[in-house]
Design a protein around this ligand. Sequence first.
Ligand code: PEP
Ligand code: MG
Length: 580
Amino acid sequence: MRSFTGIAVSPGISVGRLRVVDRRRINISEYPILPEEVTREIERLTVAIADTRVELEHLKSHLAETTGEDHLFFIETHLMILSDERLFSETSATIASGLINAESALQRTLQRYREAFASIEDAYLRERINDVETVIERVFKSMSGEKTEQFPIHESRSIVAAHDITPADMLQIDRNNVLAVITEIGGRTSHTAILARALEIPAVAGVEGVCDVLLDGSPVIVDGTAGTVIVNPDRETFQTFLSRKQHYEYVESELLKTAHLPAVTLDGHAISLRGNVEIPEEGASVLKHGGIGVGLYRTEILFMNRSEMPDEDEQYFLYHSMQQAIKPHPLTVRTLDAGGDKLLEGLDHTAEQNPALGVRAIRLSLGMPYEFKKQLRAILRISAEGPVRIMFPMISGIDEVRAATALLEEAKLELADAGIPFDSGIKVGIMIEIPAAVTMADLLAKEVDFFSVGTNDLIQYTLAIDRTNEQLSQLYQPLHPAVLRSLRHIVDAAHNAGIEACLCGEMAGDPLYLPVLLGLGFDELSMGAGSLLRVKQILRRCTRKRALQIAAGCFDYSTAAEVEMYLKRQITLDVAESFD
Ligand code: PEP
Ligand code: MG
């Protein structure tokens, strides 16, 4: 028996036979060339890039026919990487200046990409290097004349282990045969991981040594919830995991049976439970888990990994596919929340001493009205086709709201002039995630149609705790009295002005906080699809009356630890069986 520990990227337990797929990278050797051979090498590069594009386009139409349009976003991303001007220009410059073959020049370009990505703080963005590597790997293969093979799994009950599994591989996997996937590289936020979750295939990443050919064909257990892989399990281990698997599947299937049930308390109080999404693939999962639409669509992804800003049509098509994925439910589109640690290559960000307090989100958008209006028009255009709300991130005062809504009005006029339809009464909301916005929530509430609290940032700014600094994670406390008081203040201000109070930070997806958020009076909670059913389960076992009592009780305590202890006591008393 051999156990491996990796990163749990997609939950669920599978038992099957290990199929080691050899997808190792091609070995690149460097050799010198003569000055007169430069043109030939650049030509080889040009042809390889063009061939790779054709290959990806073919794959795209093949997948569109076999898997449907929903999952094509990854291929689009790869096509965009391939179009990055620097891929060609830097590589051909290296060929000419270094007098080396095209493969090794491309290898150096890849190394520069790796270095640039490694310095990115945001884990999601950092892992986008996997997409760049996948694309460049295809170009290498094209230069060597090798074809990138289809994912070759035909045996039933297979568990695929590979050095890397690309999103395109993931889409081609025959889900009747493949029960789980294991990779040696990658992490939780890679596109492959996102797809594995969207396709509900258990997956563990970062499992070094699992691709040993000697293990091929061995019985294996994959626990995508714990991040464990066990090859050749002994009888006892096998039995343990089998019962764990049965328990997991039982809980999941019982929860799924509740997907259609309304999000309503025992005493008839309804709130909206919605999903947080970044790519259209997640829309189906939100619906399956009973979400009634999207409370937060983060639009940053489209703007990343590219040297130019996306044009209006490209934005429109992407937002439109998200809308299709969750129709007929409402879609809340947040305008670009870039800057800070999410730098865009297409923009000339100046280095900042305090990026979290710098030119990010609405500040960035207001500084580039031409680009901002492109996004606003794209969002407005989908509003003609279904319910859409628009939301501005990181609002710190009235001026920003007014400037943003003025640009929205201009965008509306431009569309109207061009005879393009849109919902003229589109609801406009703001994210409340800066303490100043909390303090003046009463004034802000008069300007907009809804609030959505971004607790991830609100906690960061209220407690002055960098949300990305793991050394401070103990101090990042959602139940800190200052945070709870802020939440209470926000809801009261919204309701006094007759507008909705929503919450879309990670706090919404933790069942422990549900009674508090319900008791504080939130009208909508938006969270990752995987959290929806557990949160709804607690909601349906609660009464509003009891939640009001529990929330009020939190304010009797003066530290986060005390509040948490109090809350757990109340929950244990009320709904102990929900926390198994
Ligand atoms: C938040 O800050 O809570 C939020 C939802 O936005 P993001 O995590 O994208 O900053
Ligand atoms: Mg935020």
